[in-house]
Write a protein that binds this ligand. Structure first.
Ligand code: IMP
Ligand code: MG
Length: 189
């Protein structure tokens, strides 16, 4: 496995900037959900690191749950094509104030699918909190109620976002230089 220093083009968002913004988002969410029955739903796996930091900045009582979706595309990195549920919730969301916590909204296909699917279960409210938004790549229009950062059309990694399932642990968001990044043998299909 390569050291990320070998292929990082730039640090797009450093650790301090991420954490400062997450404190702001937590405060905003805490104000908006005062007196409500908040359920945070982490979309695995990319949303995990963000949710763990965000929830500790939310001061109103809330519950957590997890779901996972898989996308099947036309060869582009995990983004285009159809989406299906691969891990369902444990919680009955009917009547709850649901906030989806996602790493990045790219094509919008994942969030569009999840919103449509969860709406059928009749939550009281259903909103989206995304750390990153790449609007230039949008194929399906979706609402992003809480947005950490708008970013340019570059492939990023770190802070929950992976490159072939690695590097999610890094505390910053970096841009990949795709001419230098080499997927490991086992990832090449
Ligand atoms: P969508 O295209 O909005 O459906 O996003 C699908 C998923 O692709 C996101 O939840 C991320 O997990 C992943 N993804 C999109 N862009 C990037 C990126 O730049 N780096 C890493 N993962 C990404
Ligand atoms: Mg994701």
């Amino acid at each position: 496995m390569q050291d990320y220093h070998d292929f990082i083009a730039e640090t797009l968002i450093d650790e301090q900037t991420l954490q400062t913004r997450i404190v702001e988002l937590g405060a905003e969410i805490s104000r908006d959900y005062a007196g409500k029955d908040l359920l945070l739903i982490c979309i695995l796996r990319g949303g995990l690191v963000f949710m763990v930091d965000l929830m500790r900045c939310i001061t109103v009582p809330h519950q957590l749950d997890f779901m996972a979706v898989s996308s099947y595309g036309n060869g582009e990195r995990k983004s285009s094509g159809s989406v299906r549920l691969s891990l369902d919730l444990k919680t009955d969301i009917r009547g709850k104030d649901v906030l989806l916590v996602e790493d990045i909204v790219d094509s919008g296909n994942t969030i569009a699918y999840v919103l449509e699917f969860l709406q059928t279960r009749q939550p009281r409210s259903l909103k989206v909190c995304a750390l990153l938004d790449k609007p230039e790549r949008r194929e399906t229009p979706v609402p992003v109620h809480y947005r950490g950062f708008t970013i340019p059309n570059k492939f990023v990694f770190g802070y929950g976002l992976d490159l072939d399932e690695y590097y999610r642990n890094l505390p910053f968001v970096g841009v990949v230089d795709l001419t230098k990044y080499k997927p490991s043998e086992s990832e090449v299909s």
